[in-house]
Ligand binder design. Structure first.
Ligand SMILES: [Zn+2]
Length: 199
């Protein structure tokens, strides 16, 4: 009974969140990852690598692709992330700070939505608990059942709004921000003509 109740409440709120998302112009169609297809697929492949770099789990210096800043092995003549040949664009020794920052924006945006969603789920379970204890009719008002709803419902709703919904919305919003920043970076870097890159 409590599970069904939590499920119904969750379903209702999920549709509200989804409707809100449609209003924001995200569109309900599912495409790519979490309904968002990056125009720069190599950024998605680079994301976990750049997060390792941001966490300083890998050395800051090395041999990086001159186009996408993916880390290359000594023998790589073609970037495994974006396909640019090192003959075409000379490698660089470090990832620029400005570029690292756009991966951080994606990471933080996604984390904020996951945590925010989980928190919302817990608040919802707490509200449900209070309602059951204070006004729950008959068996619904039994404290033991209310506690079960608080614990189990809290877990389920935190998962639902954090790990499921929050992660999807956060991925979309974060990836969009990152991709826009990358587009701006490319325009600033290569926009004035490619004569020095091509030579
Ligand atoms: Zn590359």
């Amino acid at each position: 009974m409590s599970g069904r109740l939590a499920g119904e409440a969750g379903g209702w709120f999920a549709s509200v969140v989804a409707a809100d998302d449609v209003k924001a112009g995200a569109g309900p169609e599912v495409r790519g990852v979490a309904g968002y297809e990056s125009p720069y697929p190599y950024l998605d492949r680079l994301q976990p690598k750049m997060e390792e770099r941001l966490a300083r789990r890998v050395p800051a210096t090395g041999r990086f692709c001159g186009f996408c800043y993916g880390r290359l092995r000594a023998e790589d003549g073609v970037c495994p992330f974006c396909g640019t040949a090192t003959a075409e664009r000379p490698t660089v020794a470090e990832v620029p700070q400005e570029v690292l920052r756009l991966y951080l924006v994606k990471q933080k945006t996604e984390a904020r939505w996951v945590h925010g969603g989980a928190f919302f789920g817990l608040v919802l379970a707490s509200a449900l608990f209070l309602w059951m204890v204070l006004w729950g009719p008959g068996l619904l008002g039994h404290p033991a059942l209310a506690f079960a709803v608080l614990l189990l419902g809290g877990y389920v709703l935190a998962q639902l709004f954090g790990t499921l919904i929050g992660a999807q919305v956060g991925y979309r919003k974060g990836a969009r921000k990152r991709d826009d920043l990358w587009a701006a970076h490319l325009a600033a870097r290569d926009g004035r003509g490619r004569q020095e890159g091509a030579g």
